[in-house]
Structures are given as C-alpha cells and as structure tokens.
Design a protein around this ligand. Structure first.
Ligand code: BG6
Length: 494
C-alpha cells in the first residue's frame, strides 16, 4: 500500500541533465504509484531565467515516455515551480524562502523539506550554509539534504566538504547518493545471502575461491570529458560503486536489516580492506585508457584523447581493474577482483562468485580438475541469477558436464522494477538511509583510493593501452592468471 508523503522538494540544478533524465521521471513514478498525491511541490532552481510554464513543459517532456496521459502529466507538472537562483547571492535565498513558505502553506506540507543538490560539489558548502543561515530549514518538519557524487576528489577534500555541510546539517539529515545502492539486484545481495542458509553458510574463505565484480560500459565518456578527465575510473567508479558492492558482499550478517545495523557491518568490512604500500600498487591494480576501435564496424569511434574536453596527452584512466584483499577471519586469502571501464565490449554489471573445487576429481574426465561452481548475480541490464553445477553426462561411463541453473527476470519484470532514483527518493522521504553512504564509508573508501591515485600520479604510463570494444588491457587478464584464475565473464568470446 502506498502511503502518501508530504514534502517540498527544492532541486538545485533543476535545469540539468540529471534532473531531466532521472529526478523528474522518478518523482512522476512515485506520483503514479500514489506515494506523491496532492501534498507535494517542487521548486527547480538554476541560474537561468525560466518561467513556471516553460519549466513545467520541460518536466512534461522529461516524462513523456512514461506518462499515463497528457492530462495526468499536466496535473503532475502543476506542482512544479521555477526560481532563478544564484547560489552565492544571499538575497536569492530570501526569495526562495518566501516561495517555500507559500508552497508549504498552499500544499499543507508541514515544513517537510528535501533539498536536492544536483550540481557541482563546489557549491555544496555555500548552499547548505545559506539554507541554514537564511532559515530555509524549518523547525517543524523534516529537513533532508540529498547530495550527488563526487563527494570530494580525495580524503582531504571530502573531509573539508563534509565539515562544511555538517556545519548546517546533522549526519542523519545527509543522504549521499550512490545510485548503485538503489539497483534492485544490488539490494538483492542481502536477500541471497541472508535468506538462504545454504549460501550464507558457504559465504567464507573455506568455500569461496575468489569473487569477480564487473561493471562494464560500452559507451565512451561522451560529453562528460571535462569532468571525467579530472576524475578517471578510479574516482568515478571504484571509490563509490565498487567499494559499496564489495562492502555488501563482505559484511557480516547485521542483527537487523536496518540502516544503522547494516552500516556498522559495511564500515567494518571496508576497514578490513588491506591498504597497499605505494610500491605494491602495480602488483594489485591495472589501469587503462581506450584508444580508437580496431573493429571494422565501429572503426569511427574516437580514442579517449580525441574526445571533447579531454587533454590530448591525457594520463586519465578510463579502465581500472584490481585485486582487493580483506583481512578478516571470513575473507582471509580470498581475492575480490573487480574491473570497470568505458568503451568495453558490452554494457553489463555482474558478480561471479567462484567456489572452491572438489579436492579430487573421481570422474572419467579426471585429467583435468572439475570446473568450479559459480554463482552469478546479474545486476544489469539483465537481472537474475545463475548457478553452475557439475552433473553426470547422460550415457555410459562417468563423465561430467557443467549445467547452468539460471533465472533471469523477464524483460517485463525488469522494465517494471523501480528505477534506482525512484527507490532512493522514496527511502529519503521515509527517513531510511540504508541505501545511502555514510561519511565513515566515504572516508574509508577515499583512504584506500588515495594510495593508488598518488602512486599512479607519480608515474607516466603509455596510453592508450586498450582498443574500444575489447575488455580492457591485457594486464587485467594477467592479474587473475598469475593467481591461477581467469575472468569468468568474457563478453567478446560469447
Ligand atoms: C556514474 C558514473 O556514477 O555511473 C558514470 O559517473 C557511469 O561515469 C555511471 O557511466 C554508470 O551507471 P549505470 O547505472 O549506467 O551503470
């Protein structure tokens, strides 16, 4: 049953891409499902001057593929108001306050406010300070701040940013978005582990040989070259999404599936991640940058250095893979391999859990060890699971073959599964921070990533080193090969 929520949403960056692609459609989905009905209003802000009508047309356009009817979309958009706003101008916050109070009264919002910062982190500090100083934070309802990544460039800058925000908002009012935590199958990791005793009892170094996490993207950096060239795959994907997934895979069972309990366990897992010495980084981490495609069909694709707003000699990595070790009783000695990159062979996110081999092969095909059992969690675009088991081949003799038990959600189910942003906004309205990142997680992740970044920045590398359409540089294969493993998912060989 949907419970109607009351709130005023103020979106900083209301004319931006994220607002149009994700936020307005997600708010609309919540509206369609009855979580938002009459008692909500949205103020979109950005520097440019827009009239309410123009803004509402933009909102309607952003939901045109999912709206029930034109009338329904218009009714939804009638809750939207636009206010031109310069984040550094104190006077503008006074105007925003007047509008907020008016909407609060008209829509009976009881002072519930959700501030969404969908813009450059440079402005997070000044916005949060002014929200407090200009009394946009209400004494009556809830006041919550949603923040988009990147949260800092390294530990120091993240700490500074956090201090600025914490001067105006308490930690439990801050919701740091990691949209991977809103994905259905990432949330399913806990269900698989804690809903199946068979699996949870094998979820440790006695039975698991290694874990492989792939977040592969087929697109390049597109029009985001300016941002990406200062970020790179390490900061863009490892510091947040990948370390978050690892913490969910590695954490101890929480006493309850609630935010504080889960967070405590995630932080413990992250703190157990082994920090490398600078001179060890190259033994554990591989970086890559895409060059032009070698393939005839896509031969027109640029290399990274030819992309818009990217330095011609850029040393920024568009691919990173690595081996992470978790020094605790459960995981000692089990490598967590990961890889992520732009312009790889296929878009797909999956986790492959490789179990240990039987100690002895008793079957007819006994020259070789039996293939390992693999549990795969498909996160996107397919959602589902598979489990590879060895069984007897039909016929005389005792040869084995590997069977794959597979469940993939139907295209219809996947299409109807809630969008990550939809879930996260609803969680925030409910005051549930389970699927957001706490400052301690951010801080711990940066400390791990900073060591790698610092080492990489001290050494020039010969880029580009992988072709568009491949699965990254050869060193990423070798990383596993030298431990006697190989990547289980090989999209270009399928
Ligand atoms: C974002 C990164 O956090 O995640 C992007 O900044 C990346 O570079 C995106 O493309 C990938 O998200 P998804 O949901 O498409 O896998």
């Amino acid at each position: 049953m949907s419970i109607e929520q009351k709130a005023l949403f103020t979106i900083f960056g209301g004319t931006g891409d994220l607002a149009k692609r994700k936020l307005y459609p997600s708010l609309y989905r919540l509206y369609k499902k009855g979580y938002l009905k009459e008692k909500f209003a949205v103020i979109g802000t950005a520097r440019r001057e827009w009239a309410d009508d123009f803004y509402r047309d933009v909102v309607i356009e952003s939901i045109q593929d999912i709206s029930e009817s034109k009338e329904h979309a218009i009714k939804f958009a009638s809750h939207f108001y636009y206010q031109s706003h310069n984040v550094t101008d104190i006077q503008h916050y006074n105007t925003l306050k007047t509008l907020s109070e008016k909407l609060d009264e008209n829509y009976q919002l009881d002072g519930n406010r959700l501030f969404y910062l969908a813009m450059s982190p440079n402005f997070f500090g000044i916005i949060s300070q002014n929200l407090k100083d200009r009394n946009l934070i209400t004494p009556t309802g809830f006041n919550r701040l949603i923040i988009e990544k990147p949260f800092g460039q390294d530990f120091e800058s993240a700490l500074e940013l956090n201090d600025q925000i914490r001067a105006s908002f308490e930690e439990d009012q801050i919701y740091r978005i990691d949209h991977y935590l809103g994905k259905e199958m990432v949330q399913n990791i806990s269900a698989v582990r804690f809903g199946n005793y068979m699996i949870e009892s094998m979820w440790n170094s006695r039975y698991i040989d290694n874990i492989q996490i792939t977040l592969s993207e087929s697109i390049g950096v597109e029009e985001r070259g300016g941002y990406y060239d200062t970020s790179g795959a390490l900061r863009d994907m490892l510091q947040n999404h990948i370390l978050q997934i690892i913490s969910l895979l590695a954490m101890e069972p929480p006493t309850r599936l609630e935010d504080k309990e889960i967070r405590t366990e995630k932080i413990k897992a992250l703190k157990a991640v082994r920090l490398f010495e600078p001179n060890e980084v190259s033994n554990y981490m591989v970086r890559g940058q895409y060059g032009p495609s070698k393939d005839e069909i896509s031969k027109d694709l640029n290399g990274y250095r030819e992309e818009l707003n990217v330095a011609p000699e850029s040393q920024t990595e568009t691919f990173v893979s690595g081996k992470i070790l978790i020094d605790n009783f459960r995981w000692a000695g089990v490598p967590f391999y990961f890889r992520t990159g732009k312009r790889l062979a296929e878009k797909g996110t999956q986790i492959d859990i490789e179990f240990k081999n039987v100690p002895l092969n008793l079957f007819d095909n006994n020259e070789e060890p039996l293939p390992a059992n693999i549990l795969t969690i498909y996160i996107q675009p397919t959602e589902g699971f598979s489990l590879e088991l060895n069984t007897k081949k039909i016929g005389l003799g005792l040869e084995t073959e590997t069977l794959k038990l597979e469940h993939k959600h139907s295209a219809e189910t996947t299409a109807n599964s809630p969008e990550a942003y939809e879930k996260l906004i609803l969680d925030c309205l409910n005051g549930d921070s389970t699927n957001f990142t706490h400052w301690d997680e951010v801080a711990t992740s940066w400390k791990f990533v900073d060591i790698i970044r610092k080492h990489w920045d001290s050494e020039k590398i010969d880029f580009p080193n992988y072709a568009s359409g491949s699965m990254g540089p050869i060193e990423s294969e070798q990383l596993l090969n030298k431990d006697g493993f190989k990547w289980h998912w090989c999209p270009n060989n399928n």
